[in-house]
Each structure stands twice: as C-alpha cells, then as structure tokens.
Design a protein around this ligand. Structure first.
Ligand code: AMP
Ligand code: MG
Length: 301
C-alpha cells in the first residue's frame, strides 16, 4: 500500500502518444491549457525527440500579455510554496536536465525568482568527487532530497549516470544499463515517502545550441560561460539525444513523470515549466494546518 497520497498526473488523463498534438487543435491565449497533459511523457512511450518541435509555443506570443501571465504564475507558485511550507506534508523535487546551453540555469533563475528562498534548495550536480564515486551513484542524490515543506531543485541529477556515463563509457554497459530500474525503484521510494517528483527535459535544437554558443562568444557578459567541454561534447550530440530518449522512455512513471519542454524560446519554456509546477502543487490539495492554539483563548495583556 502507498503510505502517502501523491496524485500522479498520469492517472488522470489521456495522452497523445507521439510528440505534441497538432497545432490546429490548439488555440493559444484563449485556451485553458492543461500543460501537464500536453507535455508529459506517458509511461511506456518510446520517445523519439525528433518528433517533438523545440520551437512549439502553443499559439502564445511574446509580449505584455505573456509577461502578465508569467507574473500571475509566479505569484501562484509563491502562495503554493507558502502553503506547502505551512502544511509540511509534501516535498517537491524538480529535476532539470538538458543538453549544454539548454537553459537549465535560466529556467531555475526564473522559477526561483518567484519563491521564498527559505523553503527552497538548489543542488547542482557536477563530476562526482572521489568520495561520491566510492559510494553507489544515488548516495549523493538521496542526501540532497528536499525535506517536507520544501522545494528541491536539481540542476543535473542522477540521470547524468545514464547520460554522460553512457555516452562516454564511464562505467561498463552492465552497470549503466541496470541503472534505469534502480532509478525507478529509488524514485518510487521517494514518492511513497512524501516527495512529489517532476522531471523536465529542456528540448532545444542543435541549431539553437550553436546560436547560444555564438552568443556566449559575442557577448562579453556571457563569455564566462564558455567551456571547452561544451564544444567537444557537441560532437556527441546524437549519442546524447539517444541516451536522453532511453532515459525518458524508461523512467517516465506515473509517480515521477518526465516532461519534454519545447525550449528554443526561453519565454515559452518558462511559461510551460511554471504552469506545470503550479498544476502539480494544486493537485496536492494542500490545506493550512489548524492553529496550534484556540484563538478564542488569546487575551491581550
Ligand atoms: P556544468 O553543469 O556546466 O557546471 O557541468 C557539470 C559537469 O559535470 C557536466 O559536464 C556533467 O556532465 C558533469 N557531471 C554531472 N554529473 C555527473 C556524473 N554523475 N558523472 C559524470 N559527470 C557528471
Ligand atoms: Mg556547462
């Protein structure tokens, strides 16, 4: 039996199996979109990323109306986080993964700008240290999980252990290929212990990556971001895409779904991620706890 009630998006909706639904089925600004339904990867789907358009905007346009929408979502997210912090029944883990220049940092900055830092932790996973490598690959991940009441954001995650580790043969195939099931078991343990998990793959095109790398060279304020590794890793683009397709296909579950976010347009990426976070927290049906004291007994002295 599941110890805690964590409504999974995939229990409630029907999904389009291949990529996003056709553009003419949508109606942009006037539509009440269900972003979770639109971008979730249904468990068991064999993902082919070329079928997902990274330029998708669901008929939305950049401009003041969009800014207003984003501001409203930010404020909703702030209220929901406050409620989660007060209720202390759930934690939320938000995983961001993307190819280099995919926009993880920018998205995190956007999400964080709306919430109280007191109830939020961001963890960036780098090349594992000697100590981390001497443990199982989930050791450092488990330690970084958010406590109830908090939002935990992962900039990269345990998925690196089936992405970079697979692309560069950092461990033998027997080792990385067992990790998909190990990740699913770990995430199930977490979701059964009060952590709601959402995982975002920020989907950009190879051309968009090149454009962003060129921007980093041209813009003096962005030059600090340039790393040689980004340019060498670009050669492995196809291998990374294939590793992402496997990871998303194998590890999108009803309790811990993957969302593929069209991310060529930064503003749309922010809109979609904010919507999904708000929808996810609203589905938890959280309530403020009853006050610890009977307010009728309070007397001013
Ligand atoms: P950045 O996010 O640009 O600061 O880079 C972090 C680097 O750490 C990337 O090159 C990742 O591929 C690498 N990294 C993160 N996690 C792992 C891991 N589990 N194994 C190997 N490399 C990793
Ligand atoms: Mg980088």
């Amino acid at each position: 039996m599941i110890a805690y009630d964590t409504p999974g998006v995939t229990d409630q909706y029907e999904y389009s199996v291949k990529g996003f639904s056709p553009i003419n089925e949508r109606d942009g600004d006037s539509a009440i979109m269900d972003y979770r339904k639109e971008f979730v990867v249904k468990p068991g789907t064999k993902v082919k990323l070329s079928k997902y358009d990274p330029d998708e905007t669901l008929g939305h346009h950049k401009g003041p109306k969009l800014d207003e929408k984003l501001a409203k979502l930010q404020s909703k997210l702030d209220s929901l986080q406050y409620l989660m912090y007060a209720e202390r029944k759930h934690a939320l883990l938000v995983v961001f993964q993307a190819i280099d220049a995919g926009g993880k940092d920018g998205t995190i900055r956007h999400v964080m700008s709306g919430v109280n830092p007191e109830g939020c932790t961001v963890t960036s996973f780098k090349v594992p240290s000697a100590e981390e490598l001497a443990h199982d690959f989930l050791w450092r991940i488990h330690k970084a999980m958010p406590v109830v009441g908090d939002i935990g954001i992962f900039n990269r995650s345990h998925y690196e252990d089936v992405l970079v580790a697979r692309v560069h043969n950092l461990v033998p195939k027997e080792v990385w290929s067992a990790r998909y099931d190990e990740i699913n078991a770990f995430e199930k343990l977490m979701t059964e212990n009060r952590v709601t998990i959402v995982k975002f793959y920020l989907h950009i095109s190879k051309d968009e990556q090149k454009k962003r790398f060129i921007e980093r060279i041209d813009d003096v304020d962005k030059r600090w971001k340039i790393s040689i590794a980004d340019f060498t890793e670009r050669k492995y683009w196809d291998d990374y895409i294939s590793a992402y397709e496997h990871a998303i296909s194998r590890c999108s579950t009803s309790g811990a779904p993957w969302y593929i976010i069209p991310a060529n347009k930064k503003w749309f990426r922010n809109l979609a991620v904010s919507h999904i976070l708000v929808e996810t927290l609203e589905a938890l049906k959280m309530k403020f706890p009853k006050p610890a004291v009977d307010i009728r007994d309070l007397k001013w002295k």
